[in-house]
Design a protein around this ligand. Structure first.
Ligand code: 4NP
Length: 174
């Protein structure tokens, strides 16, 4: 690339690169991805954002989100069409914020992080979830009923709103 191309690439590159991570990548992380994308589509500049999701496990690679997650999300206006994939080491290069849903996902990511700088990109979703919810993680809804999926969406709507506001404010300070 010549200097002009480098400048163009830097100009076009998304400012915020966020990867949500759960275990299967069919319930919580694709929902987080859909919720944050909807906020960006409504209020932000989608060219500023790269949003994706992945699972620490590979059991569901290629699958659409769990049908129960899709139904509950659809009722709130989110169409979840992500195809599940496993998290990979290169994600630590491609994203600047890697957001696990619970402590088990976080431990697995810390094991995978190739460098301390990469590990520093891991910030649990709970960082943005209001204390009033009394949750310090986003609970796995896979073996739960409808309430489990509704709880996931409540926590993610709360958390993604704060995450979006915080990152957007950072951008304005630059
Ligand atoms: P997720 O939920 O991690 O939120 O996608 C799960 C999906 C699948 C399984 C566990 C959790 N599973 O055991 O297959």
């Amino acid at each position: 690339m010549d200097k002009q191309e480098l400048r163009d690439a830097a100009h076009d590159a998304p400012r915020h690169k966020v990867l949500f991570v759960c275990l299967g990548n069919i319930c919580r992380s694709p929902a987080a991805h859909g919720v944050l994308q909807a906020i960006v589509d409504a209020e932000g500049d989608s060219a500023d954002w790269l949003i994706d999701s992945a699972g620490t496990g590979d059991y569901h690679t290629g699958d659409l989100p769990d049908q129960r997650m899709r139904i509950h999300a659809r009722r709130r206006g989110y169409d979840l069409t992500h195809r599940a994939r496993q998290v990979r080491e290169a994600d630590f290069d491609d994203f600047d914020l890697i957001v696990p849903m619970d402590a088990s996902n976080e431990r697995n990511l810390r094991r995978l992080a190739p460098t301390p700088e990469a590990e520093a990109k891991i910030v649990p979703m709970a960082r943005w979830i209001g204390l009033a919810s009394r949750y310090d993680h986003v609970p796995d809804p896979y073996y739960e009923g409808a309430q489990g999926f509704e709880l996931v969406l409540d926590l993610l709507e709360d958390g993604c709103r704060r995450l979006y506001d915080e990152l957007s404010a950072e951008k304005q300070r630059l």
